[in-house]
Design a protein around this ligand. Structure first.
Ligand code: NAD
Length: 478
């Protein structure tokens, strides 16, 4: 069929189509297949808040896709485009994502139809607390049942308000801090959570570039160093991913697409400077030293090695997929490529690292935060100094041997400092995240290369995660 005559499915239909493509290759009973696919429940709340002298009514949602494991987990999004279909698609993706990275949660997602830029901070606090109240009283926020996290338009500030609201309503719950993740450190958060999703994108790409066969499949060569990257959305996920890839892996960020247009520069953009500019001026326009393109979305079609859509869903669709030139797309956002576009890109030989894997860094570190809250102790607190003392023993012994036997050994510069430092919370979080991203990638690529009927990473990811969800339902006797 000609793309012009094809109808773009909705986000949820897209997720279902990708799910169906995978289950067609599995041996699930039709009943179980349906049970896994459907969204268990979606709660819609409409509530009024008195602001600026009148009552404003807001609409919010919390969808619970699968409770094969509890609590269920998933972010809360603040955007004008939020609707039931969207939160249900996002909740389904959370189920598959958690299964893929072995985070012991079912999938959920929430959203509030609001443009946060239209409200003052104290107004947003009132609205957030009221929304949280509605969800908490129905156990749709609860440390053992449903644990939200940040998503588009929300961050640690909103999570701190939600945690405080839960505490006020559950004054004797000793585990109250675990009711939400993505909190600031001083409100029970964990080091490395804010950057976690972007960091996960970096680790995903590093793992991809460890496999010569996979690099070749994307018609690329060499390492990450020097690769040209275009990123869409310089928010939490896109900013951290672009910053780490350029500052630590030698990638060149040749395009940044934002709401108000795009910046391009063959020499590479300095991510930190662009972010500071956006913070100060509210957009990327007039940023010095780069070319401004008013039609930002057109920059998705520019030539580059790696394209990272990190803003929102549906941006690569039937309308532009055929013109996308990047041989490797990393879905840092949820659902940035529609099912129809996915077909077109796969036929062109483009390699897509799917959202359920690429942006799983957030939920992985959220899992660590939840465990930290339930155990009431910071990671590394018990072991760090003991580890340092043992390392010190070894270094002292080596130095003594060298001196006593006149061997003239000297330790390499920096060795002592690095070796003697015991792992603190941030190092442990990064290690856990790196391990998770590597293992999950390997589980996907085993299926990708190991089965003749699987030709892409997304189908492989679905096969791995649906297999785990199915096993969990079977264990319950379903
Ligand atoms: P954010 O609100 O921090 O950032 C989104 C950025 O995209 C903003 O800078 C915004 O201006 C920009 N943007 C919005 N619409 C755009 C458009 N049409 N074109 C270009 N830029 C646009 O949100 P975020 O938390 O970074 O989330 C981005 C995506 O990543 C979402 O799909 C979200 O579901 C997904 N995600 C986020 C997390 C997380 O931990 N925050 C985890 C997993 C997945």
């Amino acid at each position: 069929m000609n793309t012009a005559t094809m109808i773009e499915p909705s986000f949820r239909e897209s997720v279902d189509m990708m799910f169906n493509r995978a289950v067609a290759l599995m041996d699930l009973s039709p009943g179980l297949e349906e049970k896994i696919r459907v969204c268990n429940a979606t709660y819609t709340v409409r509530f009024g808040v008195r602001l600026r002298g009148s009552i404003h009514t807001f609409t919010g949602y919390r969808a619970v896709h699968s409770e094969h494991m509890e609590p269920v987990k998933g972010g809360i999004r603040y955007a004008m485009g939020v609707h039931q279909d969207e939160v249900e698609a996002l909740a389904a993706l959370m189920t598959y994502k958690c299964a893929l990275v072995d985070a012991p949660f079912g999938g959920s997602k929430g959203g509030l139809r609001i443009d946060p830029r239209e409200w003052e901070e104290h107004e947003l606090e009132q609205i957030t607390r009221r929304f949280a109240y509605e969800l908490i009283k129905r156990d749709l926020i609860n440390p053992s049942q449903n644990v939200p996290a940040p998503d588009m338009g929300t961050g640690e500030r909103e999570m701190a308000w939600i945690a405080d609201q839960y505490r006020r309503m559950n004054t004797t719950d000793i585990n109250s801090a675990a009711c939400v993740t993505g909190k600031p450190i001083n409100a029970g958060g964990i080091q490395g959570r804010t950057e976690a999703t972007g960091r996960g994108v970096q680790y995903a790409l590093r793992e991809f570039f460890r496999h010569a066969e996979d690099i070749k499949a994307a018609k690329l060569s060499g390492t990450l160093d020097g690769k040209t990257v275009i990123v869409q959305g310089l928010g939490n996920v896109g900013y951290h991913a672009a910053k780490f890839l350029s500052e630590e892996d030698g990638c060149k960020i040749i395009g940044i697409i934002e709401r108000d247009g795009a910046l391009v520069s063959k020499d590479g953009l300095e991510v930190e400077a662009v972010r500071q500019w956006i913070n100060k001026h509210g957009g990327i326009k007039d940023f010095p030293g780069a070319t401004y393109v008013a039609d930002g979305a057109s920059v998705l079609e520019e030539a580059c090695d790696i394209l990272i859509p990190a803003a929102m869903e549906g941006v690569i669709n039937l309308g532009n997929a055929a013109r996308i030139k990047a041989p490797l797309i990393v879905e840092a956002a949820n659902g940035p490529v529609t099912a129809g576009a996915d077909d077109i890109l796969r036929k062109k030989g483009c390699v897509l690292i799917p959202d359920m894997y690429a942006n799983a860094g957030g939920v992985t570190v959220s899992y660590f935060e939840w465990v930290k809250n339930l155990s009431h102790i910071r990671f590394g607190r018990m072991q760090r100094r003991q580890e340092e003392a043992r390392h010190q023993l070894l270094v002292d012994e080596l130095e003594r041997l060298s001196a006593d036997k006149h061997l003239g050994w000297t330790l390499s510069p920096g060795f002592k400092e690095n070796y003697l430092r015991g792992a603190g919370e941030l190092e442990l979080v990064r290690s856990g995240l790196d391990d998770t991203m590597r293992s999950a990638y390997q589980s996907m690529r085993e299926v990708w290369h190991g089965r003749e009927d699987v030709t892409d990473l997304r189908t492989a990811a679905y096969l791995v995660s649906i297999g785990k969800v199915a096993a969990s339902y079977r264990a319950k006797g379903l």
